[in-house]
Design a protein around this ligand. Sequence first.
Ligand code: HEC
Length: 93
Amino acid sequence: MLRTTVMATSIFLASLTSNIALADDALRAQANAFFKPIPATMPGSENDTPERILLGEKLYFETALSINGTQSCNSCHQVDGNRARKNLVGCVR
Ligand code: HEC
């Protein structure tokens, strides 16, 4: 009786493990259909010039673009690393 129970449990666990592996594979395939690896370089960056890069940097840090003239992209997406990510949402000072 004990031997039968142990065998049945082993078979059940083995099938469970293989079902989980199949589910992982299916989920991975589904995710791969939606998401692709981030390209190594920004598409279109081959057309970058020093002037364009400088303009982008100026716009990124420009507070005059916000409705009240106080916030730039960097207010929330700090590229200089001075703000913790937890403060991203809403970016209230
Ligand atoms: C008031 C705060 C705030 C400002 C200012 C701001 N953003 Fe955002 N931005 C956010 C938040 C919050 C998200 C959503 C982040 C998330 O969901 O993880 C976001 C998301 C983004 C994303 C999408 C990121 C992703 O993972 O898909 C981009 C790109 C982006 N912002 C660019 C900019 C640019 C460019 C500017 C300036 C023109 C700017 N943001 C200004 C708060 C801001």
